[in-house]
Structure formats: C-alpha cells, structure tokens
Design a protein around this ligand. Structure first.
Ligand SMILES: Nc1ncnc2c1ncn2[C@@H]1O[C@H](COP(=O)(O)OP(=O)(O)OP(=O)(O)O)[C@@H](O)[C@H]1O
Length: 739
C-alpha cells in the first residue's frame, strides 16, 4: 500500500466533499490504522444499491493504490452485510449503532446546536432535571439551613465533601465543573478547595464490553486485531475515560489505550443545556451580577476540546517537542496518531510510580525539573499543561519525570509571559508603582480602573510576603490566598490562566514539601528567571535585565548582577542541564561537588564571552570603564600624595580666561563606590580564593575558555578605550569649568 503523504486527509477531503449532498450523511473522514476511513450514517430509507453506486463513484476518484475503508452506520437492521458492497471494490465494515443515534450533536461547543438538539427531546431533559433535583435536593436544603443558621463557614468543609460525592454521581460535566471550582481561591476557602481537588481520584470504571465496542467503532477493527495482550480490565479509570495496557500489533510498542466513557457528549451536553438555561434566567435577576452564561460557555468550550482525543494526542506531541531540547529529563508519551480517534487514544506506555508516592532519593531533583518545566511552559513556550494533578506526574524507573494527560492545555500570550517576568523584577525591587500596572497587563485589574486605591493594598500584601528573606523566600500559596482576598473588596480578579498556575505550582510544592520541608518555590524558580533575563533577546526582557541591574533609580547594583549570574547558571551546576543557546554539551548526570561548581563557572564565563552575552557584556563594559577610570584616579591620588602634590594645579589658557586643573583628580563618594563594585565583581568572576562563593573557575576551565578571549578582546578593548577616553575627556572638561 502506498504511504500516505502528510496532507492525505486534504487530498481525500476534496473529492469526498462533493459527495456530501448525495451520501446519506458523511460523519467524518480520517486515516485510522493506516487506512483511510469514511464514516457514513445511512438513513433507513437509503437503498443498498444506491449507496453501493456512490461508493464506486468515490472509488473512481481515488488513486488506484489507496485503500478506503468505510463504516456504515444504521444498515445492519435492514439485513445488509459486508458482501453487499464487495462489488464496489471498497473495503467495508458494518458497525451496529443505537437506533436513537446522537450523531447530530456538535463535536465542538455550539450552544445553539446543543439547544436545538435537546429542545426536540423534552422528555430526556425533564428526566435529567428530575435526577439532578433528587440527587442534590438534600444538599441544597442543608445549604439553605446553613445560611439560615449563619453556619456557612463552619460547615464549609463538610458541605464540600458532600458536594464531592454528589458531583461524582452526577457524571463528567459536574466532575469537571467541580475540578474547575477546586482551583478558585477567589470562590472557595482552601479547605473546600482541598476537598474538591479529590475529585480527580477514584471514579468508577465502566463496562469493558462497551469500551471494546467503542474501540471497534472508532478505529474500524476489533481490538484484538489492533492490540495484543490488552488487559481485560482497565488499569486506571478517570472522569472522562479509562485506560488499558496493551501491545500495538503494527509496531510492537507497549501502549496505553484510553477509551472515552460512553455517552459523555450526550450527558455533558444535556447538563450544559440545563445549566445554561438556568444562567439565562438568572440574567433577568437584576441583583445577580455574575454572568453564569459567559462563565459556562468558556468552561464548556475547553471541556469539548478535552473530549477530542485526537487533539489531546496532538497536544502531547507538541509539548514533547517543546521540551525535547532543553529538558531531556522530561518524558511525554508518544502519540500513535494512526490508532487514535476522537474517543480512543493510543499512546506509548510509560512505566513508573507517582512522583507524589515515590521514595526515591531523586524526588527533590525531579520536583526541581518539574518547576523548571512549568516555568518554561509559562514564560517561554506559552503552551501550558493545565492539569498537573499528582496522578499525572510520574517518576520513571530511569529517574526521569513523565507528564501525562494533555487534554486540558492553555495558551499563554507573549504579553502575559513578558508581563510576568517584568512583575517579578518589579517585585524584587518592591516597585509598587509598576506592579499595579503589571497587574493590569496580566489581567488581574480591568483596564481603566483607578489604580490609586489598590496600590497601598497590594503594597501591604507584597511587603508582608517579602518579609524575612526577600523575594526568594516568598510563600507562593500564601501570597495567592492573600491576593484572592483582595478580590472581595476591590476591582481585582484572579484570571483563569492564573488559577491554573496556582494549581500547577501547588501540586509541585505539595510533592516537594513532603520530602523537604524547607522547599521554597521562588528560590527554585529564581535560576530559571535569571537565565531567561540573561539570555532572552526580546526587547522587553532586555529592558527587564537592565531594570534588574540598575533598578528604578538607575544606579548599578553589583550584588544584583552577581546574584543574576549565580542564579542564571546555578542550574548548569545543579541539574546538569545543557544551555542550548550557548551550544554547551550536556554534562554527565552524576557530578562531584567540584564538578558542579566547575560547570557553573564554565557556563557563566562562556556566556559572558559568547555572542549571546553581547548585551550583558555591555553592562560589564560600562562598569569596567567607570572602574578603570576610578581606579586609575585612585592610583593618581596615591602617587600625588606620596609626592606631596595634592594641592598643586596647572593653569589652562582658554580664549578670554585662565582656568586651573588640579593634578590630583577629584575622588567622589560615587568613585569610591565604583571601586568597591569593581573589586567585588572581579573577585566574583575570577578570584579562585574568594570566600564569598564566586565563580572560582578551575585552571582547566580557564584553559578551555582561553580561545574565546582574543575574539572578545578584539571588540571589547577598543570599546573600553573609546568609552574611557570619552569619559576622561568629559570629566577633564567638567573639572576645568566646574571646579
Ligand atoms: N501513557 C501512559 N502510560 C502509563 N500510564 C498511563 C498512560 N496514560 C494514562 N495512564 C494512566 O491512566 C491514568 C488516567 O489517564 P489520564 O490522566 O490521561 O486520564 P483522564 O481521563 O484524562 O483523567 P483526568 O480525569 O485526570 O482528566 C493516569 O493517571 C495513569 O495512571
């Protein structure tokens, strides 16, 4: 059989498109198990000979060696069998479906189409409403009782736990709604959120026979023709699907086969229809200001995406590519696209234990890898895995971090990515004027709101968070909870993407704290942020780097520069990560302490000497010029003092005036500070005997980097000379005219 070109589905879509009106109903076209597949719903009035003729026509438009497999739905009842189509020359399988097919429900979220579908089925809708009221009646009256007795707060956790049971019994739409609520600190208390977060565990499995039928319907072949050794029972059951383990016949790979729960689309859409109707009614109540319909539509749109396993498989592939280069310690299951459909996902099996339950010694390291991985998604790739509950983070036997379940992803825009890094820089400098503006960019504060009343409140929250240890020791969860509190009194909100971040970070922090009670997330994140600031060449981050080094007062802060360099390359020492932009080879995994320090020094100095370090080097040049100038004047003062010439001046003849220039240069407080800075920086970069934790490159590192020096020196030396002469000339002129 000819291998399909990558755009095969496009090639086939065109001829088939023209048959849309003639064929009873084309449901979908795609490539499954290496064969083209056309799904057709044949109405009971369709004559077999009519369909057979249409198949021949389609066949005539296809390339000779292409294999078209067609699934007919709805003809079995008429005594039709596969042989009836043999004459058309088309491979054909007949699949039985329920008489009352729900195929006309939209596959992407379309509230109008859903409403049109369920309006025609008032009995089913009434039945569902009745079921909802029966299940939740007792609970709703308990809530009413709590309000009446003013015990809402006191009973909150108990009610959340009851709600969890009810939600589980009501099915996927409510489980997902509960999971969405479980990450909203602006709506629920931490204890209630905690209860609802348990919704991710323990959902009962569904019948295996239904799952096997689903595989056959979706992939067009019985499961035993696609997989060998498929486990008779699922190895895991989750809210939307259950997972079997098997071996893919076509490739021999061990695979996980996720099969969607039956009738998810149907039950979910009826629930969404009912809740939306309720939301529409609430719009008429003037005192009810929350727009339930808008919130529901946003939630439902994402939920529908989660129901499409083809999309989930594509997400996993994209995510794996995002991580491949920088984070080889992160593994993502491979998607077998030919054996994946809307309701069946075939992906590479990943052996391992839940990171949260692992007792391996490297769990702490893997949490750090996780932190960097999530920061990379958030601040770099912008493609964010929005479902990182502990069940989805696995430690593989070879000590890597496996991430599962890419159904729920969110895109982070560039504006938000850069806005976050800027906000972190402003936070480090406690620059609250800029932080409130950042919060507008980051969508916490609506555009056009008067920022003056919010500024002191935010300043108080951040001052409190920064107390005792500065930015690196911020407790992120406490800070998030304090920010959530502001939402009740000010026009301040937690944007949905940030709620997902809080959860991702909370999950990682939770796992880390079990093994290491001193774990400080921001401290772990600092190296990544430093490295981004040092190496990213986007104009906003370049500005961010300048801000980090010079702050809002524009005064060079040597400690901040040293901190950035130490942080930015700490990961090279600690995690043995490669630094791709610098083309450094990855370092061996197990390193001695000396090796780790060596690799940090090597990475930092290579960066400074490389092309990527151009922009940063400019700051060094700027400070070197000031340093050389100040140091040489200090030397001049020492020599002049030794010669007793401190007070001596030489006259300068100018047109119409005589001025004098002192032989001993003037040393200001700023000059003395510059000299201190220069000494500190040189000590940090090169001095092997420094006790203050400098880079301390070993002789071998220095030898390794020597070849880079002539190149840099050829551009830096003239630059320093020209800036230095400019600076000296400017100062001489100033001293002549001012002093
Ligand atoms: N490729 C894989 N290799 C090994 N185990 C897997 C794989 N995929 C899934 N599993 C197992 O199946 C479980 C459920 O899978 P997954 O999280 O993808 O399902 P889900 O229906 O999307 O769940 P959720 O309710 O969290 O959205 C996982 O926690 C894991 O134990």
């Amino acid at each position: 059989m000819k291998r399909a070109p990558p755009n095969a589905s496009v090639c086939i879509a065109r001829p088939l498109q023209s048959f849309r009106g003639i064929l009873p109903q084309v449901l979908s076209r795609r490539r499954v198990a290496g064969r083209r597949q056309l799904r057709v719903h044949a109405a009971s009035t369709t004559s077999v000979s009519g369909v057979s003729q249409q198949m021949k026509d389609i066949r005539a438009q296809m390339e000779e060696d292409e294999d078209l497999s067609i699934l007919m739905r709805g003809l079995r009842g008429q005594g039709v069998n596969d042989d009836d189509f043999a004459a058309s020359g088309v491979t054909m399988r007949l699949v039985e479906v329920d008489a009352d097919s729900t195929d006309s429900l939209p596959l992407t979220y379309d509230p109008e189409a859903i409403a049109a579908y369920w309006r025609k089925r008032p009995f089913a809708v009434t039945q569902r409403i009745f079921q909802l009221l029966t299940v939740s009646g007792g609970f709703l009256s308990s809530i009413a009782f709590d309000i009446f007795q003013d015990k809402v707060k006191a009973n909150e956790v108990k009610r959340a736990s009851e709600l969890r049971d009810i939600v589980t019994s009501l099915g996927p739409a409510y489980i997902k709604l509960g999971q969405a609520l479980s990450i909203r600190p602006d709506i629920l208390s931490p204890a209630a959120m905690n209860e609802l977060q348990k919704l991710c565990d323990k959902v009962p499995a569904f019948d295996n026979a239904i799952a096997m039928k689903c595989i056959e319907e979706e992939l067009g072949l019985p499961p035993n023709e696609i997989y060998d050794e498929l486990t008779p029972d699922p190895i895991a059951a989750a809210s939307l699907g259950q997972v079997y383990k098997g071996i893919l016949r076509a490739t021999g790979d061990e695979v996980a086969v996720k099969v969607q729960r039956p009738y998810v689309l149907e039950t979910v859409s009826v629930d969404l229809y009912v809740i939306r109707r309720l939301g529409m009614a609430l719009r008429e109540v003037p005192s009810f200001t929350t727009d339930v319909v808008a919130l529901l539509d946003e939630f439902a749109m994402r939920f529908f995406e989660e129901l499409d396993y083809v999309k989930e498989g594509e997400n996993a592939t994209r995510f794996a590519a995002d991580m491949a280069e920088d984070l080889p310690q992160v593994v993502v299951p491979k998607t077998f696209a030919d054996f994946t459909s809307r309701k069946v996902l075939t992906s590479g099996w990943l052996e391992g234990e839940k990171l949260s339950q692992s007792t391996a010694l490297d769990v702490g390291d893997l949490v750090n890898v996780g932190v960097i991985c999530y920061l990379k998604q958030l601040l770099d790739t912008g493609f964010f895995h929005a479902d990182p509950h502990p069940g989805n983070l696995i430690r593989t036997p070879d000590g890597r971090l496996a991430i599962l379940d890419f159904g729920l992803m969110t895109e982070v825009s560039d504006d938000i990515k850069y806005g976050m890094i800027e906000a972190i820089s402003h936070l480090i400098h406690r620059d609250y004027d800029n932080i409130v503006k950042d919060f507008v960019t980051l969508d916490f504060i609506p555009d056009g709101v008067d920022l003056n009343p919010i500024k002191p409140v935010l300043a108080k929250v951040f001052d409190q968070a920064l107390e005792g240890g500065g930015a690196k020791n911020i407790n992120f969860q406490e800070l998030a909870a304090d920010l959530a509190q502001i939402t009740f009194d000010y026009p301040f909100r937690i944007p949905p993407y940030f709620a997902l971040i809080i959860r991702a970070i909370g999950t990682l922090e939770g796992i880390a704290l079990v093994g290491n009670s001193d774990f400080a997330l921001v401290d772990e994140a600092y190296p990544y942020i430093s490295k981004r600031l040092l190496t990213d060449d986007s104009p906003r981050l370049r500005e961010g780097l300048r801000y980090m080094i010079y702050g809002k007062t524009q005064v060079f802060d040597v400690d901040r520069m040293i901190d950035l360099l130490t942080g930015g390359f700490a990961e090279a020492g600690k995690l043995s990560l490669p630094l791709p932009s610098l083309n450094l080879a990855p370092l061996p995994r197990a390193m001695s302490a000396e090796h780790q320090e060596d690799s940090q020094a090597r990475a930092a100095l290579t960066f400074i000497l490389s092309k990527e370090g151009d922009f940063f080097r400019n700051f060094l040049v700027e400070e070197a010029v000031k340093g050389i100038d100040a140091l040489s004047r200090e030397q001049a003062v020492i020599i002049a003092t030794q010669l007793g010439l401190q007070q001596t001046s030489i006259p300068i003849l100018l047109p119409g005036a005589v001025r004098s220039l002192r032989i001993t240069p003037h040393m200001s407080e700023e000059d003395r500070q510059i000299i201190k800075n220069t000494n500190k920086l040189t000590d940090f970069l090169l001095n092997r005997t420094s006790k203050e934790g400098g880079l301390q490159p070993t002789i071998s590192v220095v030898q390794e980097l020597l070849p880079l020096i002539p190149n840099v020196a050829s551009t830096v030396a003239p630059e320093i000379a020209s800036r230095l002469s400019g600076r000296v000339a400017a100062r001489v002129i100033r001293e002549i005219f001012v002093h």
